[in-house]
Structure formats: structure tokens, C-alpha cells
Design a protein around this ligand. Structure first.
Ligand code: GDP
Length: 468
């Protein structure tokens, strides 16, 4: 699976030291119901039933599966001696939330991704959205062609590598599976990706491996883990310089009220360390938030969950990890925004770096247009792109719930077809709902970007038809 030894020799020769590689961060993407949660549960659940419950560590928003457990789960397809990586950190929230927080290089949340596609259902709207984001962020990924066990006449081979499982199928089932896999490979090609069955892929950088698997029976999951490890090792070595001892850098996954701690941020730390009392800068709605860490919180082990708090505090976290940070003044923090530790770099330069990162997300606005509200910066960016493609102007685009002032903006700043709010994965505050009804502002809510934009376009077409 890996040329780790050859790589180390090469590194020694050219004098570059790959240093200590941190755990790669993995996001699981794909259309609703295609099996993202089941796959994550399979990997986590198997890790627990392997009798190594102590070996996997539950983080905030993520689960770390160490190399030796991955090796066991892969049926030894992954040989620990071939890898310098400590394991894999799986982002727990599958789908939109994690993928819309994916960032461009330099501020990446996920290093690699698994795109789950149901072999029966093929590409669906959220598959396409995921592909757009993977393309834009140049995130290496593999396709998990999931639910192979639903092929008619399939003879399940639990937890086995897929080659062995395929050998145990009737010719008919094997040929049905192949038809579906080739359909997926064809769809990948329609979207500009060259892909093939993973065992025929020589170079995962130019070719995307398609791994047939079943999150339900576990067949093919060993192969999936092996491909992920191979991909991580290559990619982390070639493109990531990681200094786990430096000041921490991460991305906000969620902003949450937590009893006893006030507003907290769930953060995926992808570089460096965060310590208790560190001075940090966090991307906020209006300006960067400069504050001090009050507490670093991790979930308590399950056995101790009866204690009064679900969390325990730690003094320090090292990347890659998921951590909840309690600090004063986090109310305006945004999901998808950067978090940086100041330590010895100087506050001004860190603020500047955070501002520069946020500037990448700036949405072009017009005098008139729709109001867009979204759950994360990444999804806001994706919606803005989709609206730009549809030539729909935007008057305001923000992260957060739909509030009465958003209705006011939509109502006053617009000709009739634009008196609209597009809300993606956010709540509508009750007062806002009432204001919308009173003022006749249209409110569209959806958790699929394509659908949200389509609904709006249909609405506009309807108005135009009525005016003719
Ligand atoms: P998500 O929305 O992508 O997270 O999808 P889920 O993991 O919730 O799966 C949706 C449904 O498909 C659930 O009923 C799962 O039990 C089922 N499912 C997921 N993976 C498989 C699989 O490999 N085989 C079969 N037969 N069912 C599956």
C-alpha cells in the first residue's frame, strides 16, 4: 500500500525532514441517506468492538482512530510499519455541516475526504455539491461506492476486503455491481475527474479510487481504510509541513451555548497546540474576536458521564484534535471561521492573518438583491457561487439565523422579485417570521444548496409568467 520506506530514504537524501506527521483529518461527504453516518458508525463501532474501546479517543466533533486499530480493522491491509501517521481523525458530523466548513488550502479543515455514493442511487444533488467543494478546495478524496450488499442476489461477506467478497458472488451479482460502479465512474468523468476501481489506480493524485463497500456489512471497509491511509501518507508528506508544537490554528465547527461556560466554540485544531490561558483570535461576525482561553473541554469518558458536567478540562491540546473552547466574548463567533493562538507571534499580525482568511469569504454584494443567511462561512460561499452562476444579485450575505433586521433589509432595498431571503441550514427567529408575513418578504429555507437556488428561480419564473 505504501512506499513509506522509499519515501523516508528520499527525504533523507534531499535533506528535508518530514518531521512528526500529525493525524490527518477526514471528512465524510455525500448525499443524504447514502450512508455517511452508518459508515462513520461502522468505523467507530468496530473500533470499539475490537475490544479496544480505550484506544479510540472521542473528541469534540471528531473521533481519533489510532494506526494499530486501523490496521486491525483493515484486516492487516494496513501494515503499521509502513506508516508514519498516528492514525486518522474522523470529523463526526457527516455531510453538509462538515463539508461546508471545508476551507481552501492553508486553512483546511479536512485533509482528505470520503465521498459516499449509494451504488443504486448514483449522483444526487448533495453529491454534486460535495464534488464542487472538493474541487474548489482541492481536497484529495476517495469514492466509497456504498451499499454493495443491496445488489440483487448479493452474498454478504461481513468485514472482508472487497476482492474476497466479490469472488464469493454469483456472476450475475458481480456483473450488476460492475454496471453500477461503471456508472459512477462515468459520472465522475462528467464532472472532470478521472477515476477507476481503486485496485487499478496507480497514482491517486491524478486518479480517484472508487472503493466498492457496504457500511452495513463492513465488506470493502478494510479497503477504504487502506486507501485513506495511503492517500494521507502521500499527501501529508508532500504538502503539509506540520509543527505540532507551534501556536494552534483551527476552524470553528460550531458556536454553542454550554451551561456553566456561556458561549463556547467547538474547534477542529489542525496545527500546533492550544493551552489553557492562551490568547486567541477568532473570526467574528463583524470583526476578529480577541480573547483568552478560559477552559479547554473534552467529552468525559462514557464511564464517568454521570458526573455533573459532560466535560472534563485539559491543559493543552495538540493537533489534530477536536476541542471545545470556553472564553469570554464568543457570541459573535462564526462557524467556519479561523481560530488562531497568539502566543509569541504578536497580536496584530495574528489579527491580520485572521482578517485575510475571512476576506477570502467576502461575498460580492449589489445595491439590490436577495438576502442570504447560512450556517457557516463555507456554505455562504457555496450559495454565493451558485447564485452568481444563476445571475442572482445579493444585497446581504451573513452567517446566522434569520433575524427581523434581515427582513427589513430584504423589504426596503429591493424591487419586488428580490424581496427574498434564502436561508440555508439556519433557524428563522419567531419575530422574523412574523415580520416576513407582514411585509410580504418571501422566505425560502432548505438544506440543499441546489434546491434552495432552484426554488428561488422557480418563484421568479412564476412571477414573470404572472406579469405577462
Ligand atoms: P446519511 O444520511 O448519509 O448519514 O445516511 P445513513 O447512514 O443514515 O443511512 C441511510 C440509510 O441507509 C439507513 O437506513 C442505513 O441503515 C442504510 N444504509 C447505510 N449504509 C448501508 C449499506 O451499506 N447497506 C445497506 N443495505 N443499507 C445501508
Amino acid at each position: 500500500m505504501s512506499n513509506a520506506d522509499a519515501d523516508s530514504d528520499a527525504d533523507a537524501e534531499d535533506g528535508t525532514d518530514p518531521g512528526e506527521l500529525r493525524t490527518p483529518i477526514v471528512a465524510v461527504l455525500g448525499h443524504v441517506d447514502h450512508g455517511k453516518t452508518t459508515l462513520l458508525d461502522k468505523i467507530r463501532g468496530s473500533a470499539v468492538t475490537e475490544g479496544e474501546a480505550g484506544a479510540i479517543t472521542q473528541h469534540i466533533g471528531a473521533t481519533a482512530v489510532p494506526l494499530d486499530v486501523i490496521s486491525d480493522l483493515s484486516g492487516r491491509l494496513v501494515d503499521p510499519d509502513d506508516f508514519d501517521l498516528p492514525g486518522l481523525l474522523f470529523i463526526d458530523t457527516p455531510g453538509h455541516h462538515s463539508f461546508s466548513t471545508l476551507r481552501s488550502r492553508g486553512g483546511a479543515l479536512a485533509d482528505i475526504a470520503i465521498l459516499v455514493v449509494d451504488v443504486n442511487d448514483g449522483f444526487q444533488p448533495q453529491t454534486l455539491e460535495a464534488i464542487d467543494i472538493l474541487k474548489r478546495t482541492q481536497t484529495p478524496f476517495v469514492v466509497a461506492a456504498n451499499k454493495v450488499d443491496t445488489v440483487p442476489g448479493w452474498n454478504p461477506q461481513p468485514d472482508t476486503p472487497i476482492q474476497g467478497s466479490i469472488e464469493a458472488q454469483s456472476d450475475r451479482a458481480e456483473s450488476d455491481l460492475n454496471d453500477r460502479l461503471y456508472e459512477i465512474i462515468g459520472q465522475m468523468s462528467d464532472h472532470g475527474f478521472s477515476s477507476d476501481m481503486y485496485w487499478r489506480v496507480q497514482d491517486f493524485r491524478n486518479n480517484i479510487g472508487v472503493v466498492p463497500c457496504s457500511a452495513m456489512t463492513g465488506e470493502g471497509v478494510p479497503d477504504l481504510l487502506a486507501v485513506m491511509m495511503g492517500l494521507s501518507q502521500r499527501y501529508m508528506k508532500e504538502e503539509m509541513s506540520i509543527d505540532t508544537s507551534g501556536p494552534g490554528a483551527g476552524t470553528v465547527l460550531e458556536v454553542k451555548e454550554e451551561q456553566g461556560f456561556g458561549t463556547t466554540i467547538d474547534v477542529v485544531l489542525y496545527d500546533g497546540t492550544v493551552r489553557e490561558d492562551d490568547h486567541i483570535v477568532v473570526g467574528g461576525m463583524n470583526e476578529p474576536i480577541v480573547t483568552d482561553v478560559r477552559a479547554l473541554l473534552q467529552p468525559r469518558p462514557l464511564a464517568e458521564i454521570r458526573t455533573e458536567s459532560r466535560f472534563e478540562t485539559v491543559d493543552e491540546v495538540v493537533a489534530a484534535a477536536g476541542i471545545k473552547i470556553a472564553a469570554p466574548g464568543l457570541d459573535d463567533a462564526m462557524a467556519g471561521a479561523p481560530v488562531r493562538v497568539v502566543r509569541d507571534r504578536g497580536e496584530a499580525s495574528v489579527i491580520e492573518a485572521v482578517e485575510a482568511e475571512l476576506a477570502q469569504f467576502e461575498v460580492e454584494t449589489a445595491e439590490e438583491g436577495v438576502v442570504v443567511k447560512a450556517d457557516t462561512l463555507g456554505s455562504l460561499e457555496a450559495i454565493a457561487d451558485a447564485l452568481a452562476d444563476a445571475e442572482v444579485p445579493i444585497v446581504r450575505a451573513e452567517v446566522g439565523d434569520v433575524a427581523p433586521r434581515d427582513i427589513a433589509v430584504a423589504d426596503t432595498a429591493n424591487e419586488s422579485r428580490h424581496e427574498t431571503i434564502l436561508a440555508f441550514n439556519v433557524d428563522v427567529l419567531p419575530d422574523a417570521e412574523r415580520r416576513a408575513e407582514e411585509t410580504g418578504v418571501s422566505l425560502f429555507e432548505d438544506d440543499v444548496i441546489y434546491q434552495l437556488v432552484e426554488e428561488y428561480e422557480e418563484y421568479v419564473a412564476e412571477i414573470e409568467r404572472a406579469q405577462q
